[in-house]
Design a protein around this ligand. Sequence first.
Ligand code: SF4
Ligand code: SF4
Length: 439
Amino acid sequence: MAFTFKGGIHPYDGKDLSKDKPIREFIPEGEMVYPLSQHIGAPATPVVAVGDRVLKGQKIAEASGFVSVPIYSSVSGTVKAIEKRRVTTGDLVESVIIENDGYYEEAPPLNVKPIEDMTKEDIRTLIREAGIVGMGGAGFPTHVKLSPKEPDKINYVIANCSECEPYLTSDYRRMMEVPERLVMGLKIILLLFDHAKGILAVEDNKPDCIKKLKELCVDEPRISVKVLKTKYPQGSERQLIYAVTKRAINSSMLPADAGCIVNNVDTICAVFAAVIEGHPLMYRIVTVTGDAINEPQNFFVPVGSNYAQLIDAAGGFKTQPEKIVSGGPMMGFALFDLNVPVTKTSSALLCMTKDEVAKWKPTACIKCGKCLEVCPSRLMPSKLADFAEHHDEEQFMKYNGMECVECGSCSYICPAKRQLVQSIKATRRTILANRKKKS
Ligand code: SF4
Ligand code: SF4
């Protein structure tokens, strides 16, 4: 029986467009942009100056606290500027700009030794030094996630292989092409937790990945493959933990409080590359897809590359897109300017000929109760959106609005096309910002 959670939706998944396209290396040209804030926590501090020549794999910005990570150049070239540049969220973020010389001359790798000679601290230090963050979108520094207060109480290290967001196929390609790097990465993380078992959690729409991973883990006593029902948002951390372990967490808890650590596929592969090969995080897989793209596919992309160049590499637009999204259709950001960089957390570039959200005008709630049925957090989205629209933060909190995981299932299902998640998200941001101000 496949594992799952209550609620959720089954949107059109669009994965056929790119799932059978092997990962292709993308070679950028010209200017590379490295925002200093590509992670949750303190922005990194530049350690290069305008005019410096840098090598591929050279550190260009240092972590500026425990909850922070360094940033590395993914090309060789010259530092052209350190200035604010637009990123996918629309914000202007201080960035290091490097003119790519096209030679890809490499800096020495990170200092690694054989894994059997490494202590737990050596492994955590390397993961931090490599600049690894949660590449599923959150950008939380991985060394922090892997340093819970009580490591002996971690029972499960879960590899989030569900890739439930529609259209995204980068994790699928990783699992098909280099599953051994994923399994090795998980084994490295398990070295940090003596009492934990490793779980590769895969949705049942990927039977070929399940087969490959099961074969690879046949002689791995600490690792098993768990098959999840295909449903959105199966890959959301809380829903995944519940599906796999039946342990529930809320917004005031960390997965570690329930004895779990969750990492996504790209992040675990980055751990392998850092600890075994000494490679800092400089690349990620990006799915470039949608019905407006000529040749949807998955690229191995140097961080800092330009989104517009990625579209050219995918054969350009077949038809003028009505909507371009950085990420998937459920959780991504609509893009209004393609002149933005790929960062450590960029997962996809989705170009659609129809904007399914904007074409409908919201109407009044018809009290059908569908949003309640699908909400994976068991909330009342319609009421929460009412409170949000009336700026009634007290009632919003009373009805557990802070437990929303912002999955968008309620907006997707609503026949009145109410902008439920948008209103709820905005109120959550306001409450969090006010809490930050007070603390
Ligand atoms: S209220 Fe939040 S958690 Fe519930 S369906 Fe809507 S977006 Fe998802
Ligand atoms: S799904 Fe939409 S119309 Fe139905 S109860 Fe929820 S908000 Fe109202």
